[in-house]
Ligand binder design. Sequence first.
Ligand code: FDA
Length: 542
Amino acid sequence: MVGKITRAYEREVKEGDVKMASPKFGMSILFFFLCISFCSSTDQSFQQCFSSHLPPSNITYDVIFTQNSSQYSSILQSSIRNLRFSNASKPRYLVTPYNEDHIQATIICSKEHHMHVRVRSGGHDYEGLSYISDVPFIVIDLFHIRSVMVDIKNEYAWVGAGATLGELYYSISAKSNVHGFPAGSCPTVGVGGHISGGGFGTIFRKYGLAADNVIDAKMIDVNGNVLDRKSMGEDLFWAIRGGGGASFGVIFSWKLKLVRVPLTVTVFKTVKSLEQGATKLVQKWQNIAYKFHHDLFVHAVIQVTNPNSNQNPTVQVSFDCLFLGTTERLLSSIQRSFPELGVTQENCTEMSWIQSVLYFAGYSIAESADVLLNRTTQSTQSFKGKSDYVKEAIPKTGLEGLFKMVVEEETSVLILTPYGGRMKQIKSSATPFPYRSEYLYGIQYMISWDVAEETGKRIGWMRRLYKYMEPYVSTAPRAAYFNYRDLDLGRNSYPNTSYVESSEWGLKYFNHNFNRLVRVKTLADPHNFFWNEQSIPVLRLE
Ligand code: FDA
């Protein structure tokens, strides 16, 4: 089999844009329109199929919602984070499983009924790929699959893929004040998408990515089999820890290694405008933040200040810190390495790790940790995000040009996240996430708006900014973070997808790990059932 895959891979590269294995369920758009007139009989037939694949004791009636169901809209909208997609094409059915059997039956019946499947955990995909599609589709929304079982004695947790990061952090902190988990800062992000795409947060310089701390997983594959680490094998287990779960199956739950956090952590925030010397501080930050002790995380957030006042808008940079230790230890480190920031005892606040989670999520630390259980996003904005990685500090002139562009758009935000620490120690092939030792920091570019008419202008600005940054960021490939999904980088054709076409975006996200992902996908899902606009392609075997 390995020889076959190698030959197929060589052939695809040689043939250039020769088309690849197409999804076997490929239903034409014409068929879809004809199908509309038979809607209700199809609905019945799908539901019958679904029930027929369940043991009688497991048949429940609130799992499948058709477009006529009264709850359809509220369930669909419940975790749409990016309003840019709230009026996009809607799924034929919403399936809200309670257990593995429901997911197995959905996969089998979707294949029988020639429907695509999209899987949604927290709904934060930047391009909405968990709930929109241009071809007839079903959304499996995992919001019922969110139990969190924490075992402090053995320092692990099993978490359902539909749980949010907030639910995970809350459950850990309810059992221990000296354990945590290294994942992202936004509590409504789902663990299904986040961990399968990498997942970094304020303690990743100490412990690596969320995906680096997965010790087992349960997944339902294209044949409806429930696999764990042992039965899926190390290649597939490797692929779903950073390569995106959606290409390979439906992740049901993760077994996570809990990490130790001190009783007391410290935060500070120092904000400087350009007029107060922010450019010089960013210049220095670029050269030192990745070398800080792994207990110290200081990211830089660039945005516009005074946008609505009488004063001219300008740029401000906020240096936000989490330190895994006391103020005393933090000050002795930061005052030595970054005295220009002028951090003093008064800027620092000591708190517990779970309070730091609230703090970075934008809550007051006086709030109860219960707020982390709130899953509803209630987003009222559209947004576009992009990402880059930096290997060499951007010179002063480059930063000045960048700030000039930032000031043009008052809702733009750039987050510069320092690498180094534990990220530097992990091999770039250990998981599909490749950007480890050579990188100083990652950049997230973000712009948001609330009036639909502004979409073109805002996205146009984002693309100009991305072009401007080209000389200053990584090249060959220009690196990007998979969890900051960006369809500008390229998209798979439907129904045929070529390796060469997918390499456009695949190498940017996964670099040298892309080819291994392609090999794993070819074995795990040879007929490309789990296709999406940026799913890993399948090699055409002879
Ligand atoms: P969603 O449900 O939209 O899924 C995203 C992708 O994963 C889709 O392709 C989906 O099909 C697939 N998927 C989801 N569940 C699956 C499952 N169970 N099995 C198989 N495939 C599945 N990132 C980061 O690293 N650090 C951070 O701090 C943040 N912060 C942040 C804040 C906000 C406001 C947003 C909108 C996003 C972030 N992110 C982030 C990015 C985030 O990690 C990324 O969008 C994740 O993919 C979101 O996962 P969800 O499950 O919420 O999304």
